[in-house]
Ligand binder design. Structure first.
Ligand code: XUL
Ligand code: CO
Length: 441
């Protein structure tokens, strides 16, 4: 087989002192950190769509990237084969253990539902062969329920039940494909599940539709014996003005209302968190508290751009704070770190895709080391716990156990005196995090 990335060999760990740009300086797959190897802690995945199914086009300009299989006029199935060969060549040279796809990234949508099914079946066969040959596994699959014009007013939340039904058929087909490929999770990102104007939108109906749709997804999971996790990916807006899966807290409330909280978890994307006005770490902490933490789409926004730029992560500090919450929550189970990130459209050399992933993986590996070092040292958790010590006294416990009334506290307030303030220690804690980032090796 001719290689697409012919100038690049397998990427190896060379250590922090390495000046070879095509080597890892921090990601050492077999190194054990907090009882698991780095590969097991980080569970990296490359996403198919940005890396292989996007040619660099944006709303103002045509494709810039060298992706011959996306050239106009190519035979769609031959192009799909070439794309998949290049993708698996990339996964293996990079040494990433997982990949992720949308149905129509790997197989072209046909003129009819049946034709799309046949195309997908053929490409799933090919993916199964390549997975067996390379050992690369599927982190998750997902159905593209936002590209085709039929979904312009949503899929599950469409005012037309025919569109809901068509989308359900597409999801069943994509779940079957994910199951066939041994996927560890199945993701639903509600790209068009939202609205543009309340003048034509009935929120209550649309939420009930979404609740029913997801209940059917869960039923289907059990019917086919899929043991992976179903994940919702929150995003506040883009492409619609308001999206129902706004953030983790909104998804948590939704799952409870529709009795789905034991069955569905979240796939948190860094740039989606910041678009919702949250820190990445906040979204993880909320999900861990709710018991719905699943997986991560690792990327980054831009400090000055208010849309989803999907940059590869470069901030060790931001990722350390995220990894800290992931580790505090016990680490990944079925989830992992999927680089839902894309090159800048001027990065047109073939090896740029390697540099992007190497940087992202090294950033995450350093973040893992720093977060593990913070946890092992224990000072940060000790200071946090000490802030709440009063709640572990008999008085604090009685308050939480409902043994004291508001009237009793009114009486107490008259005699107990002023509570004594204690420092929150934020700057000390920030310096502590900085120290661990500096020293983690
Ligand atoms: C869009 C996004 C998607 C999902 C999968 O912002 O993140 O790529 O991850 O549909
Ligand atoms: Co994503």
């Amino acid at each position: 087989m001719t290689e697409f990335f012919d100038g690049v060999d397998s990427i190896r760990y060379a250590g922090p002192g390495s000046d070879d740009p095509l080597s890892f300086r921090w990601y050492d797959a077999d190194r054990v950190v907090l009882g698991r190897t780095m590969a097991e802690q980080l569970r990296f995945a490359t996403c198919y769509w940005h890396s292989f199914n996007w040619n660099g086009f944006d709303i103002f300009g045509d494709g810039t990237l060298d992706r011959p299989w996306l050239a106009p006029g190519a035979d769609p199935m031959a192009a799909a084969d070439a794309k998949m060969d290049a993708a698996f060549e990339f996964f293996t040279k990079l040494g990433v253990p997982f990949w992720c796809f949308h149905d129509f990234d790997i197989a072209p949508e046909g003129a009819t539902f049946a034709e799309s099914s046949a195309n997908l079946e053929r490409m799933v066969e090919r993916a199964a062969e390549l997975q067996a040959q390379t050992g690369v596994e599927l982190l998750w699959g997902t159905a593209k329920l936002f590209g085709n014009p039929r979904y312009m007013a949503g899929a599950a939340t469409n005012p037309d039940p025919e569109v809901f039904a068509y989308a359900a058929g597409q999801v069943a087909r994509c779940m079957d494909a994910t199951h066939r490929l041994g996927g560890h999770n199945y993701v639903l990102w509600g790209g068009r599940e939202g609205y543009e104007t309340l003048l034509n939108t009935h929120i209550g109906r649309e939420l009930d539709q979404l609740g029913r749709f997801l209940a059917m997804v869960v039923e289907h999971k059990h019917a086919i014996g899929f043991t992976g996790t179903i994940l919702i990916e929150p995003k506040p807006f883009e492409p619609t003005k308001h999206q129902y899966d706004y953030d983790v807290a909104a998804v948590w409330a939704f799952l409870q209302k529709y009795d789905l909280a034991d069955e569905i978890k979240v796939n948190i994307e860094v740039n989606h968190a910041t678009l919702a006005g949250h820190d990445f770490a906040h979204e993880i902490a909320v999900a861990v508290e709710a018991g719905i933490f699943g997986s991560i789409d690792a990327n980054a926004g831009d400090d000055r751009l208010g849309w989803d730029v999907d940059r590869f992560p470069v901030s060790v500090e931001q990722m350390t704070l995220g990894m800290l919450e992931i580790l505090r929550g016990g680490g990944f189970t079925t989830g992992g770190l999927n680089f839902d990130a894309k090159l800048r459209r001027q990065s047109i050399a073939r090896d740029d895709l390697f540099h992007a992933h190497i940087g992202g993986m090294d950033t995450m590996a350093r973040a893992l080391l720093a977060a593990a070092s913070i946890i092992e040292a224990g000072e940060l958790d000790a200071i946090r716990d000490a802030r709440y010590a009063g709640w572990d006294t008999p008085f604090g416990r009685d308050l939480l156990d409902g043994k004291v009334s508001l009237a009793a506290l009114h009486e107490r307030a008259a005699t107990a005196g002023e509570p004594v303030g204690v420092s929150g220690r934020q700057e000390l804690l920030e310096n502590l995090v900085a120290r661990h980032i500096e020293r983690a090796r």
